[in-house]
Design a protein around this ligand. Structure first.
Ligand code: SF4
Length: 223
């Protein structure tokens, strides 16, 4: 099997070719977390192959850079699971589980949101940010779908984007329960799935159809 075929068989984004001919391996870190076994496995791989170390990406992922082609398969096997476990990226902050400012359980909500999103096939990749308070450390307002907690519930946002054409998300609802938030997100995504163009991210989608159309689809006559 060629190296290209081998990479093709891995989860999308698990191994990335670099300009210098080496590769970056991305261990699986669900919700930005690593256990001791994964830490040891990564450490052993870096030592064994004399790699410069690891790098943390803004997306809460660890990157093992400069892996030569001859060592690629062994490094992937050494760290175990690689790539994202779900198609859509969920980025949480620590929230009320560990942050003194946390007003809602963002880790728990992110865990459940990931499973809600797994049921959707969407026009483009989807990034989400789940923050435990309005400080928005998980960058909720520049994500396709955002949640941030306040004392009385969750704020739900939609259509945000970072990158070269930044768009601040629109607020769909405030002070809703987690269940209500997921229902709102599911309705917005169903509308996006039906009317979005291929590779059209939510920011461009909202700019094209208008946020009122999204709100109509989500709330109908309820608002
Ligand atoms: S968003 Fe709020 S709860 Fe989350 S890490 Fe930042 S300050 Fe803490």
């Amino acid at each position: 099997m060629s190296i290209e075929e081998y990479i093709e068989g891995l989860p999308k984004g698990a191994v990335r070719a670099r300009k210098d001919g080496t590769y970056t391996v991305v261990p699986r870190m669900r919700l930005g977390q690593m256990d001791a076994a994964l830490l040891h496995a990564v450490s052993r791989a870096v030592e064994k192959y004399g790699l410069p170390g690891v790098r943390l990406a803004a997306s809460q992922r660890m990157m093992i850079d400069n892996v030569p082609e001859v060592a690629l398969r062994e490094v992937v096997e050494a760290v175990g699971l690689v790539g994202d476990c779900f198609a859509h990226k969920v980025q949480p902050c620590l929230g009320s589980a560990g942050c003194k400012l946390g007003q809602q359980d963002s880790m728990g909500a992110a865990d459940r949101l990931e499973r809600v999103l797994a049921g959707f096939t969407l026009p483009a990749k989807l990034k989400t940010g789940v923050s435990g308070c309005p400080m928005c450390c998980a960058e909720s307002m520049v994500r396709d779908v955002g949640l941030f907690g306040r004392k009385h519930g969750w704020t739900v946002s939609f259509g945000g984007n970072g990158g070269k054409r930044v768009r601040k998300a629109d607020i769909l609802a405030e002070d809703v329960t987690e269940g209500e938030a997921f229902e709102i997100i599911s309705r917005a995504l169903a509308f996006y799935a039906e009317h979005g163009k291929v590779k059209e991210r939510t920011a461009r989608f909202v700019e094209r159809v208008g946020i009122e159309a999204v709100k109509d689809a989500v709330f109908g006559g309820e608002r």
